[in-house]
Design a protein around this ligand. Structure first.
Ligand SMILES: *Cc1c(COP(=O)(O)O)cnc(C)c1O
Length: 376
């Protein structure tokens, strides 16, 4: 996007690490299991166009997005891989689906009728993947309604049911029996479709945790987001066999200002930090708008000169303050690592996620649009 950003705060995206992760996961899966790269939400904050281009060059079989505008962005950027849109499409958008060769996930009768009418007008068939809700409870044809749905789809000659899918609610917990129940319900839905004469060629269930923790869920295609970006330490069950992965995103900034404060001085909004000694405080040009969550105030570290320095005081919209009293020789404009490794020190998206009670996905997705992505 931006090769020489004016702002010192950047997210460096290591496309070689992305390629490495793709090959590593593909090797782990072995022959016969294809990989859909989930690049929704701007590739979990990593930059959907650049990441998709690299993944296409690596031979990815499918790309997955959540909304139609995400799909159009990729098509406009020249991406040619089959593109599945998990969110389906909104009323009136069927023409956009067809025009941009996006395969919609469908679960709403009015939408499939709209698409069917359009397909018949064009004298062609349009591929769809039917989503069965087997226990996630968000979108999807309720699994108990599969028969009714299959009957209704039989009348829609403009549609080609290329795929059947479901999505797991609790695959990160191998002790939760819901995943096995979801697989059984889905297998039943697939056989109902077969009995009704459908021959969907692609059957898919697994996300990253499902792929790792429930081998039987892999079928012929898995939908992988987190693992591709080297994330998931916090959503993959401990002790599961896992492909080797590298983090793709590093977030860096530079020290904007250094000052001495006196014992008893407070730092930042709300005076949540009081200096207990004369201290050296550095201010960083990164704040919660950039994705350094306010909940991390006084709770996380950054890396300066290969050493951890604590965030002190409230993280504000544009600025963050750190205590560098114990680190010798720090100067203005020195590089600071917010997410990444430097020297012996490491801060991962998972570390930050744990400190503010979320998952690593939300941390990388949350890196703001003001932070230029620099692709290396
Ligand atoms: C986001 C998403 C995925 C990817 O999940 P990860 O845990 O990131 O692998 C897969 N399938 C659907 C339907 C999704 O919405």
């Amino acid at each position: 996007m931006n090769d020489s950003p004016l702002r010192p705060t950047v997210a460096r995206i290591d496309l070689d690490a992305l390629g490495f992760n793709f090959r590593s996961i593909q090797n782990f899966l072995g022959e016969g299991v294809k990989l859909m790269a989930v690049v929704k939400a701007d590739a979990y904050g990593h930059g959907a166009v650049q990441c998709s281009k690299r993944l296409e060059a690596e031979g990815v079989h499918w790309l997955g997005v959540s909304s139609i505008d995400e799909g159009i962005e990729l098509r406009n950027a020249g991406l040619r891989a089959p593109l599945l849109c998990f969110g389906g499409f909104a009323p009136g958008q069927a023409a956009e689906i067809v025009r941009h060769d996006i395969t919609p996930v469908v679960f709403d009768l009015a939408r499939v009728e709209e698409l069917n009418t359009l397909a018949l007008e064009f004298g062609r068939t349009v591929k769809v993947h039917v989503k069965i809700d087997t226990g996630m409870g968000r979108v999807g044809v309720p699994f108990r309604d599969t028969v009714v749905w299959a009957d209704q789809l039989q009348g829609l000659k403009g549609l080609n049911v290329e795929g059947l899918m479901t999505h797991f609610a609790a695959a990160d917990d191998p002790t939760d029996d819901l995943t096995n129940a979801q697989m059984r319900r889905f297998a039943e839905a697939v056989s109902i479709f077969h009995e009704k004469g459908f021959r969907p060629s692609i059957i898919h269930m697994a996300n990253s945790p499902g792929t790792i923790a429930f081998k039987d869920s892999r079928s012929s295609l898995v939908r992988i987001g987190g693992l591709l970006y080297g994330l998931g330490d916090d959503v993959i069950p401990k002790g599961s066999a896992c492909p080797k992965l590298k983090p793709v995103m590093t977030v860096l900034t530079r020290i904007a200002f250094i000052k001495r404060v006196t014992e008893g001085d407070s730092i930042g909004y709300g005076r949540t930090f009081m200096a207990r000694r004369d201290s050296l405080i550095a201010t960083l040009p990164i704040g919660y708008h950039d994705g350094l969550r306010r909940a991390l105030s006084n709770k996380a570290d950054v890396i300066v000169k290969g050493r951890l320095a604590p965030i002190v005081g409230r993280i504000s919209m544009d600025w963050t303050t750190i205590d560098i009293t114990d680190i010798a020789g720090v100067k203005c404009d020195d590089e600071v690592t917010i997410i990444g490794k430097a020297g012996q020190a490491k801060v991962t998206a998972e570390t930050l996620a744990r400190a503010c009670d979320t998952i690593s996905y939300e941390i990388t997705c949350g890196i703001g649009t003001r932070v230029p992505r620099v692709f290396v």
